[in-house]
Design a binder for this molecule. Structure first.
Ligand SMILES: NC(=O)c1ccc[n+]([C@@H]2O[C@H](COP(=O)([O-])OP(=O)(O)OC[C@H]3O[C@@H](n4cnc5c(N)ncnc54)[C@H](OP(=O)(O)O)[C@@H]3O)[C@@H](O)[C@H]2O)c1
Length: 337
């Protein structure tokens, strides 16, 4: 059909995208897509993990919620309408504690999910970084690598026999766009999420045909929940409150990111980018025009690393491109330079 004279062409979806175009083209998960299934979410007491738990619950799943804080998990569980199980767990605990938790999650799934154990495991526990590589202490790097990469790898390994028994099953790793685009001021975090990404992509190649697929969800900057205390990130000397946000522009809401994680899980997307521009642009540039991405990163890198080490935000693109190192963003204690 010919367009009407004077009619505007539809806007190009690329410019308003908040995820990679292949994920958006596949559409959302249908309603009740996870009815009768058990989804185990780590890091479920706050932030994106709590939103992911809500989204799977809304899609019909029985949700097993894990993190270290039982009271906060119980508060999240109380806000869900579907069946839940609260299973406190420090994901950095040793192998026996992880194996015991995996068995408990599977048993809860068998009881609640019609005899089928856990068929989706979502690794959301983790913490970002705000420190230049030169400032990051060795102990900080060890800890952030463990919570973001070592722990989800170990938990996956002990959970795999249970996931195989409940196949078809999916392991979802919440990585980051820092695993797609080099991230000045977050070098250790970028490395940890890249390790998790390649662990899961390799596992997917080993096991998808046998019924256990792996999905890597890579969120970019997300909006913080209203009124919540600031999340903790790894500063130069360990965990510290995250720098305040400079605004919601360019950020994806937690609920939208969770909806996209559910869609990626339903479609068994191998990798799903969840971000708006300019981070999404940089991801495409890193993949298809690496020389361009390298030029942008060389321009913004030193200023962004210095800004994050100093407790300022790292997403004021205009200031970073102008070489002002995010100086116009708020500092951790709320003051501006
Ligand atoms: N927010 C963003 O902009 C963003 C962007 C990209 C990727 N991500 C990723 O998304 C995930 C969630 O981030 P978020 O921003 O939502 O963080 P958050 O609000 O700080 O929540 C972190 C969650 O992880 C749990 N956790 C931390 N250490 C744990 C441990 N050792 N064992 C078990 N649970 C642990 C925390 O619960 P307890 O304290 O109760 O243990 C909490 O539930 C992380 O993997 C992060 O890297 C976030």
């Amino acid at each position: 059909m010919e367009p009407r004279a004077g009619a505007q062409p539809p806007p190009c979806p690329y410019f308003s995208a908040d995820a990679d175009l292949s994920l958006l083209a596949r559409g959302p998960a249908p309603p009740a897509a996870f009815a009768g299934r058990t989804v185990w979410v780590t890091g479920a007491s706050a932030g994106l993990g709590a939103a992911v738990a809500r989204a799977f619950s809304a899609a019909g799943a029985h949700v097993v919620l894990s993190s270290r804080s039982r009271p906060r998990l119980e508060a999240v569980a109380a806000s869900l309408t579907g069946p839940t199980t609260v299973l406190p767990l420090d994901v950095t605990a040793g192998g026996p504690a992880l194996a015991e938790a995996a068995a408990a999650a599977a048993a809860a799934g068998a009881a609640a999910g019609g005899g089928r154990g856990v068929s989706v495991l979502v690794h959301c526990a983790g913490a970002s970084q705000a420190a230049a590589a030169i400032d990051a202490s060795p102990a900080t790097l060890t800890s952030l690598l463990d919570v973001n990469a070592g722990a989800p790898m170990r938990l996956t390994a002990v959970a795999l026999p249970f996931l195989c028994a409940a196949a078809p099953a999916v392991v979802v790793g919440v990585a980051s766009m820092a695993a797609v685009v080099p991230s000045p001021g977050q070098a250790g975090y970028s490395a940890a999420k890249s390790a998790l990404t390649m662990f899961l992509r390799s596992l997917d190649a080993e096991m998808r045909a046998g019924g256990v697929a792996a999905v890597v969800a890579c969120p970019g900057p997300l909006t913080a929940p209203a009124g919540a205390p600031p999340r903790l990130v790894y500063g130069p000397q360990g965990l510290t409150p995250a720098p305040p946000e400079s605004g919601s522009k360019g950020r994806v809401s937690l609920d939208r990111a969770a909806e996209l994680v559910v869609a990626a899980t339903h479609h068994r997307a191998r990798v799903a980018w969840i971000a708006k521009h300019p981070v999404l642009f940089l991801a495409y540039a890193t993949q298809y025009a690496p020389w361009l991405a390298a030029a942008v990163l060389a321009r913004v890198g030193p200023g962004r690393a210095a800004a994050l080490s100093a407790g300022r935000g790292g997403y004021d693109t205009g200031a970073l491109l102008a070489g002002r190192g995010g100086a116009e963003e708020a500092t951790r204690d709320g003051k501006r330079d």
